[in-house]
Design a protein around this ligand. Structure first.
Ligand code: NAD
Length: 480
């Protein structure tokens, strides 16, 4: 009997009003995992109404910021106690390595503790006036019901990055998880309820983007949309939110450059390039998919990267020794393969990889792939592939590589490998990207704000600044 996963609304598991469910598949084995509720507008209406009722209830309004912090701490503890189960769920759903997921999810409570600590630090200020009889002060208020829409590649971390500040600031939330990773987000809502958040504070409606996501975005009682996903979807969501004058935070795609200068430790840089593009089979927004190497170290870097790529152990992501799992679903694999063909059609060479590996599992596997002979104007260097495909290109001067790195519509992240501090500073100032890593790649923490430049996003996640995304500022004047 297939397990059915229902919506989580008002503290209860709620069957979809359509009565329909969508199957979920393990991308490594192609085994059926479970079926999740196929949400629609009626389900979204019910969830938003539940979140609105809770937001307006006197019980939630009387909950102090300190108490909300305690609830988030309790949730953090529960997430910590369930790390193994949550990590396994994530691996089964999207094919990411279990050992990496355990590592990533061990840090997840830190995100919740961070926002628990910020809950009672949301404050206004007193503003000087030109009369002693008049007092002017500001206060920060919650927005209301926040709609959160999240992708499949790091579902829990990306959802917690929205849920934690939203709840800390006193909002309630309706989450529409990716249709490829429903289980853990419903589990997160269950844990929030178990932690003591009232029924209706955290709701989940599962289903597809068109059927459940769009009605959430368009719902008149949603005060804000917080979205992580592709730039194309983000553009449509931003347009809808803009037309209704509600706020939105958009964390979108990338085509990040990873730049290796001649004065870098090339061995370290090669490991950083490999991790930058092949971790999670390249299915990360910050993937360093455009690799620029100074011509004097180009051959050495290319050899090191492709040699390491060729020895990456591909297999079952549940196995401790596996280094690369499958892509998350079939059309994702087809899309990535089609980009390799597009690159070859444009004149690129598959220097290494590019094929299905010879392994026993039937899933959506692809070898880590290195393309050479690419130029920055080719589609493989302009469009987000979201797979284990690196284009490695030579450059001659710092000015040239800065221009090439910035010659993209995206602006999410960038990596620079150099031993020259002045160059590191020049590059970090010149790169048009919300995050710049020097001699490292992929670091992220709840304390450090991140923002996509250009078409990579709008608004800030993480850090002190992110709390402002979930509050509105009121200015109060009193004539004493
Ligand atoms: P996607 O845009 O296809 O889907 C994201 C979410 O939006 C899913 O829940 C989907 O069901 C929903 N959705 C789709 N169409 C919708 C619509 N019309 N209205 C409302 N909701 C809709 O993205 P994806 O394939 O799930 O994720 C991969 C993308 O996410 C990549 O582009 C990646 O770069 C990006 N991403 C960005 C970050 C970041 O922090 N910047 C992090 C992770 C992933």
């Amino acid at each position: 009997m297939t397990e059915l996963i229902n919506h989580f609304i008002g503290g209860e598991h709620v069957a979809p009003s359509s009565g329909e469910y969508i199957p979920s598949t393990n991308p490594a084995t192609l085994d059926k995992l479970y079926e999740f509720a196929r949400g629609n507008k009626a389900d979204v209406d019910r969830a938003v109404q539940s979140a609105k009722t809770t937001f307006e209830s006197s019980a939630w309004k009387r909950t102090t910021a300190t108490q909300r912090g305690h609830l988030l701490r309790r949730l953090a503890d529960l997430v910590g106690e369930n790390t193994e189960e949550l990590a396994r769920n994530e691996t089964l759903d999207n094919g990411k390595l279990l050992r990496e997921m355990v590592g990533q999810l061990k840090t997840l409570p830190e995100y919740l503790y961070y926002y628990a600590g910020l809950a009672d630090k949301v404050q206004g200020s007193q503003i000087p006036t030109n009369s002693l009889d008049i007092i002017n002060f500001t206060q920060r208020e919650p927005l209301g019901v926040v709609g959160a829409i999240t992708p499949w590649n790091s579902p829990l971390t990306l959802t917690v990055s929205k849920l934690a500040p939203a709840l800390a600031a006193g909002n309630t939330i309706v989450i529409k998880p990716s249709e490829y990773t429903t289980r853990n987000i419903v589990r997160l809502a269950e844990l929030a309820y178990e932690a003591g958040f009232p029924a209706g504070a955290v709701n989940v409606v599962s289903g597809t983007g068109a059927e459940a996501g769009a009605p959430l975005v368009d719902h008149p009682d949603i005060a804000k949309i917080s979205f992580t996903g592709s730039t194309a979807t983000g553009s449509a969501i931003g347009a809808s939110a803009g037309a209704r004058f509600i706020g939105c935070t958009l964390e979108l795609g990338g085509k990040s450059p990873n730049i290796v200068f001649e004065d870098a430790d090339v061995s370290n840089a090669a490991m950083g390039v490999v991790a930058g593009i092949f971790a999670a089979a390249g299915q990360t927004c910050i993937a360093g998919s455009r690799v620029f190497a100074h011509r004097s170290v180009y051959d050495e870097l290319l050899a090191r990267v492709s040699e390491r790529a060729a020895t990456i152990k591909i297999g079952d992501p549940l196995e401790q020794s596996t280094e690369l799992g499958p892509l998350a679903f079939e059309s994702q694999l087809e899309k990535v393969r089609s980009y390799i063909d597009i690159g070859v059609g444009e004149g690129a060479t598959v220097y290494s990889g590019g094929n299905r590996p010879e392994i026993d599992l039937p899933g959506y596997f692809l070898e880590p792939t290195v393309l050479t002979g690419t130029t920055n104007d080719m589609r493989v260097c302009r469009e987000e592939i979201f797979g284990p495909v690196a284009a490695v290109m030579p450059f001659d001067t710092e000015e040239e590589v800065l221009r090439l790195a910035n010659d993209t519509t995206y602006g999410l992240a960038a990596g620079v490998w150099t031993s020259n501090l002045q160059r590191a500073m020049r590059m970090s100032q010149g790169l048009q990207a919300g995050t710049v890593w020097i001699n490292m790649y992929r670091a992220m923490s709840p304390q450090s704000p991140r923002q996509g430049f250009k078409t990579s996003g709008v608004g800030i996640e993480h850090g002190l600044e992110s709390m402002n995304e979930y509050t509105k500022l009121k200015s109060v004047w009193i004539n004493t």
